[in-house]
Design a protein around this ligand. Structure first.
Ligand SMILES: [Zn+2]
Length: 672
């Protein structure tokens, strides 16, 4: 056996093992970048030496094995993978698609979740399956039905059988919030949003899936049984799906020519942080369905599309040491000091380890090879450890017993995951962190006042509580390093400007333990006023959405402390203020455009229109291609005719009579 052949054997076994861990057990062992490297090496050797390829080579498969416990489902049309494109090959890959500068492409972000096929029979969701190996997937219907934005029934006339493909994802913000809660409870966190989505969908108990914040984004229609295409272009197909109330990525664009494709790729990469779900690249497709058919398929991959890969967000490196930081609530946070590693163009040398339990759960030792994930806008984190690469001289991690800042003993209630400093007000680290939190962007958002300035002001005892910030004068700031009169005045003005805020921001800024951004919003919406929250009993607090008994106790404890209520009063006296809270209803028709026409017998037309506006919909006077829904009463005239013409021309407008229109609005949580 020569070297290449034994290398093929090694790679085949290695990748199959990673596949099993990843797809079946949802326990990734190596970062994607590492996996991709192995996969490409194997694929290249097999291309050169086809006789070495083993029958169980992972390159023959598109995905993972069906896990025991889920029924197998054979896909009517195989779920294929796209060819990958990279920065060095994108020009060539575009050229392979077309030479035509006027070719229309449809570009969309490539969501990083779990690919899924939904089959609707007579408009009812009847089957849902994972990709599996592309030919056979897992039946996940019961679990998919729990995903809030998957339509269980389609309004509108649809083919007898309609297969919709898309990606199940866990939106980034919800993933972070979910993990934060898990860690607070000392429970295992999800490794990354993609894993969160895959693991949640593969729960044997659909109730567990239902408790996870998942979303489905549709990205394609499979041609109906008779081979007739529903749509003339991919983009039109997506618009059609949108009209059926599927969620479509709002970043999908039709562009003209290879140059605009590359501009799109760059633009999305720049906005990657702002996209609410994890993406790992961009999908580029020839838009015209006729052209797609001309180009056809090669080696089980469409010849009219590719996926462009962005740099990885996870890499391997070495854990060199662990330091401990004191948070604003006294929480001791272990921080991993790493051998610097480039993750998607950013050098990462520190990552959070969250708490002692997380270190134990990972089974981490100093010297270990770890996988580090850099999610956008979030502190990098160690998400797994490669135990098989542990060096002989790996050292255990010894968690401290006293506060690294004030030396007070640490304590940890049995049912919590976090050790805390018992120093309270004598612990300067806690007080400085509290002040830094107060001024931070998501709290009071005081521009120009950062960590350094807060620490310097605290050092000079110019600020000891939040309220002291609002009594500062430019002269107080000037003795500090590098502060000229002009910048001191500017800083004071920005502190003063921040007095006009919102109740949720104010609550969040106070730094009450357990009250994050989300719970601050919930509290504000539920109680409406600060007084009501300060005076709420434990039982009343628990009635607010998402406030549990632990958080309720911590809110009670905070406002029962006279020092805290004095600071709150001083802040209000200093002029901190906000607009009163008004009710926000979250309906399913937000941003959709409606036309209501004709005479109505069940509900007066103006009441229907008012209900639509109150729920965030737009009511327009005339029908156009931008109309989403037309509701017609008796004697509807030219508007109905025009809408029918547009529908015949392929513009997806939903048309309802009065009764169906009211049903439709009610089913979208619009109150009439
Ligand atoms: Zn301390």
């Amino acid at each position: 056996m020569d070297f290449l052949e034994s290398r093929v054997n090694f790679l085949t076994d290695e990748i199959n093992h990673h596949n099993y861990k990843y797809y079946v057990l949802d326990e990734p062992t190596v970062p994607d970048s590492e996996y991709d490297k192995l996969f490409h090496e194997l694929k290249n050797i097999e291309l050169e030496h086809p006789s070495y390829a083993r029958p169980d080579s992972p390159t023959q498969r598109v995905g993972g094995q069906v896990k025991d416990g889920f029924k197998e489902v054979k896909h009517n049309t195989p779920m294929l993978s796209l060819n990958n494109s990279f920065p060095h090959s994108v020009d060539n890959d575009l050229k392979k698609l077309t030479d035509d500068e006027n070719e229309i492409f449809c570009c969309e972000p490539k969501l990083d979740g779990l690919a899924c096929s939904l089959v609707y029979v007579n408009g009812i969701l009847t089957n849902a399956a994972t990709r599996g190996d592309g030919e056979v997937g897992e039946d996940i219907l019961a679990n998919v039905k729990t995903i809030k934005n998957v339509p269980l029934k389609l309004y509108n006339t649809v083919p007898e059988i309609l297969e919709v493909r898309g990606e199940i994802v866990m939106p980034k913000a919800k993933f972070e919030a979910y993990n934060e809660k898990q860690r607070e409870l000392g429970k295992p966190a999800l490794k990354n949003p993609r894993n969160g989505a895959a693991g949640s969908v593969r729960q044997l108990d659909p109730a567990v899936t239902a408790s996870r914040p998942l979303a489905f984004y549709a990205y394609g229609i499979v041609k109906s049984g008779d081979g007739a295409s529903i749509n003339k272009s991919h983009y039109e197909g997506l618009r059609y799906l949108h009209s059926l109330r599927f969620e479509i990525s709002s970043f999908v664009r039709q562009v003209k020519g290879p140059k605009q494709v590359k501009e799109y790729i760059d633009a999305i990469e720049k906005r990657r942080d702002a996209i609410p779900y994890e993406i790992d690249g961009v999908v580029v497709k020839i838009d015209s369905v006729d052209r797609q058919e001309e180009l056809g398929y090669v080696m089980r991959a469409p010849n009219w599309a590719f996926s462009y890969k962005y740099p990885a967000t996870e890499e391997l490196t070495t854990l060199e040491a662990v330091d401990y930081q004191v948070g604003r609530t006294g929480a001791i946070c272990p921080v991993a000091r790493l051998r610097p590693v480039d993750i998607g163009g950013v050098t990462v040398s520190n990552a959070t380890l969250h708490n002692e339990g997380e270190i134990r759960r990972l089974g981490l030792m100093i010297g270990d090879q770890v996988s580090v994930r850099r999610a956008q806008e979030v502190i990098p984190q160690v998400c797994s450890v490669n135990l098989s690469a542990r060096p002989d001289d790996a050292q255990p991690i010894i968690f401290p017993t006293t506060c690294p800042a004030c030396n007070s003993p640490l304590e940890k209630p049995e049912d919590e995951a976090v050790w805390r400093c018992t120093g309270g007000l004598i612990c300067d680290a806690q007080r400085i962190e509290g002040l830094i939190h107060f001024v931070s962007r998501k709290a009071m958002n005081i521009g120009g006042v950062g960590e350094k300035l807060v620490a310097a002001l605290f050092d000079k005892r110019l600020i000891e509580t939040f309220a002291d910030l609002f009594t500062l004068a430019p002269q107080d700031l000037m003795p500090l390093d590098g502060m000229a009169l002009k910048s001191a005045e500017k800083t004071i003005k920005s502190i003063s400007d921040a007095k006009v805020t919102t109740l949720p921001r104010f609550l969040f800024a106070l730094g009450i333990r357990g009250v994050g951004e989300g719970s601050s919003r919930d509290l504000a919406n539920h109680f409406k006023t600060l007084d009501a929250i300060m005076n709420a009993t434990h039982d009343e607090l628990v009635e607010a959405p998402d406030i549990g008994p632990i958080t309720a106790s911590s809110i009670r404890a905070f406002f029962s402390n006279e020092g805290n209520t004095q600071v709150v009063q001083r802040l209000l006296d200093a002029g901190v203020t906000w607009e009163p809270i008004t009710e926000i209803t979250d309906s399913g028709i937000k941003g959709q455009s409606f036309v209501v026409t004709g005479s109505f017998s069940i509900v007066p037309r103006k009441d229907i229109e008012a209900a639509i506006r109150n729920a965030g919909g737009n009511v327009l006077g005339s029908v156009s291609a931008k109309t989403h829904v037309l509701i017609v009463g008796e004697k509807a005239g030219s508007k109905l005719e025009k809408a029918r013409k547009l529908v015949n021309a392929g513009i997806p407008i939903l048309i309802f009579n009065e009764k169906d229109g009211i049903d439709f609005l009610s089913s979208n949580a619009v109150e009439i």
